[in-house]
Design a protein around this ligand. Structure first.
Ligand code: ATP
Length: 275
């Protein structure tokens, strides 16, 4: 999604929690938090402080974006997404006005689609929400300040109700202003999947592919220790490519094993070249 305009209206996503493999704890915690949006009348009755921000933390490719989209679907909200890097501009003030634009877009879209709530997703929040260091990054400061202002300006009585979900893999870098009560005060860890989670993810991405009966996905789940969801998606895709090149009717175990090696090697090469 790099290079897109922030707050660009994306197609309403029909992604559900069922399409996210593993991550049972994270999914449950998130659903529980989303009750604050769904059971709005009860929340109001008890005078509970509205939930405005949820922070998803964890390594890349574990499904944080999927979670945010599923959250929008679960709460019958419109979804507007952007990445922190889209707010970084040479000119002072542009980032801040893009933040304003994004909140406006969320409201307009909700109105247009007749929805009572909107989920705004900001990936890589650390890019704009990094610790402030004595005015060295004025542009970032303005962008971050604008985000804080928008969050503080959210009132639950107003329609649409807005929930901001942000993602980072560097939580320790975040400015403490972002983490205060009433801002991103709910943190959910989205970690690398365990073996059961990996199997679940492999099955999800195998659903539209012809697998030979002899394929043992459990073995693949075991061999893909430490793989992220994104890497497992790649494994299924690469295996399909190997099968096709082989002139094979179906994906066989050997294609999956080769694909694991390929994805592992790819990671290594990436790391070597970036060092
Ligand atoms: P990043 O931090 O790099 O933005 P992310 O945590 O937001 O990553 P996603 O963008 O949600 O990760 O995942 C990338 C792709 O990897 C998804 O589109 C999906 O194909 C696959 N994927 C990742 N995690 C899962 C999962 N738990 N279940 C199914 N697919 C997954």
């Amino acid at each position: 999604a790099k290079g897109e305009r922030p707050g660009k209206i994306r197609k309403p996503s029909a992604l559900t929690f069922e399409e996210i493999g593993g991550q049972e704890n994270a999914k449950n915690e998130l659903k529980e938090a989303l009750e604050f949006i769904i059971k709005y009348d009860d929340i109001k009755k008890f005078g509970i402080r509205p939930l405005k921000g949820i922070l998803l933390t964890g390594p890349p490719g574990t499904g944080k974006t999927l979670m945010a989209k599923a959250a929008a679907h679960y709460t019958n909200s419109v979804f507007v997404g952007a990445s922190g890097s889209e707010f970084v501009e040479m000119y002072v003030g542009v980032g801040a006005s893009r933040i304003r634009e994004m909140f406006k877009k969320a409201k307009t879209l909700a109105q247009k689609e007749n929805k009572e709530s909107a989920v705004i997703f900001i990936d890589e929040i650390d890019v704009i929400g990094g610790k402030r260091d004595g005015g060295q990054h004025r542009e970032y400061d303005q962008t971050l300040n604008q985000l804080l202002t928008e969050m503080d300006g959210i009132h639950t009585e107003e329609s649409p109700r807005i929930l901001i979900i942000a993602a980072t893999n560097r939580k320790e870098m975040l400015d403490s202003a972002l983490l205060r009560p009433g801002r991103f005060d709910r943190h959910i860890e989205v970690d690398l999947p365990d073996k059961k989670g990996r199997l679940h993810i492999l099955n999800i991405h195998a659903a539209n592919k012809p697998l030979a009966d002899t394929v043992d996905l459990e073995k693949i789940a075991e061999e893909s220790f430490n793989f992220s969801g994104a890497q497992l998606e790649s494994v299924m895709n690469e295996a399909a490519i190997y099968a096709m090149r082989d002139g094979s009717e179906k994906i066989e175990q050997k294609h999956l094993t080769l694909a694991i090696d390929k994805v592992m090697m790819g990671e290594k090469t990436d790391r070597e070249t970036s060092n």
